[in-house]
Design a protein around this ligand. Sequence first.
Ligand SMILES: [Zn+2]
Ligand SMILES: [Zn+2]
Length: 348
Amino acid sequence: MSSETKFNAWAAYASKEPLKPFQYVPRPLGPSDIEIKISHCGICGSDLHTIESDWGTPNFPVVVGHEIVGTVVKAGPSVSNLAVGDIVGVGAQVYACRGEDCRECSHDLDPHCPKGVFTYNAKYADGENAYGGYSESVRVDSHYAFKIPAEISNAEAAPLMCAGATVFTPMLEHKMKAGDRVGVVGIGGLGHLAIQFANGLGCKVTAISHSLNKKEECTKLGASEFIYTGDATQAETAKKSLDYLIITSNSKSNDYGLYGSLVDYNGKIILLAAPSTNLELSPFFFISNQVYIGGSLIGGIKQIKATLEFAAKHNIRPLIEKVPMANVNEGLDKVREGKVRYRVVLEN
Ligand SMILES: [Zn+2]
Ligand SMILES: [Zn+2]
């Protein structure tokens, strides 16, 4: 009888099929690695984009999930930052070189490290596949597992690992501060956290949505203004009223021209969501409005730590719907249908 360790996970075998049970032999536990018994994993929009081949055909079978929280059950001999029994979270990245001579890692841009490994649909340098959090367990480099502050529950910590860090990272990068006027387009998994983080920084937050029925909730989350994009006069009235506009909407019908009109001179538009359509804007859009546009990927080590600390301190919590891991396909359907307020978290 083999004593080989196997992990039970849920994998996509093809883009239009439901996930099915999948068993795999985890990569050997390296000296700096830990093994996590997963309690929760959030469903991120990237999971769906990957499964559905929106960003190219993934390496099937693919186990997605990069908002992972659980308990450390094994630690390699060189692990010094964590111990067995710790509650930790893992986001969208599981490895970077962290070298002083790495241009990216040495500037806290480790998500862009040329040797970086994402949490799923990726390969380690030794050729082993990286499998994500729709699973009972996972093994990752200990530097990419982060202690969850005691005041945050496992389930609520999960969405902070990708969605939370993704929205807070550009706020840190651009040094957003009290009094800045920050707009958030798309009130979903990322957007509802962006409102809370910007509010925590003391910014004046405007929520922008095509769902009028989200207004009340946005106010509770910390938005002082709400623009309903279904009413053209509201956007017209709010022209040039923002210093920053964070776009989290994945919709293929995003009206970037309209969004840009809300940004004041020298303001910045920050893209965080990647619908599979291209952005079409005339150079005149930038020239005549005198606005800037850019994007941000995920959070690195420094930013994820800052995200967890800030969330704990400012009582920032995602609004979640828990779904048993065994009902993962039901959870994915909820996200596909856009019915979730605001993050599905799978629970083992
Ligand atoms: Zn994500
Ligand atoms: Zn590096």
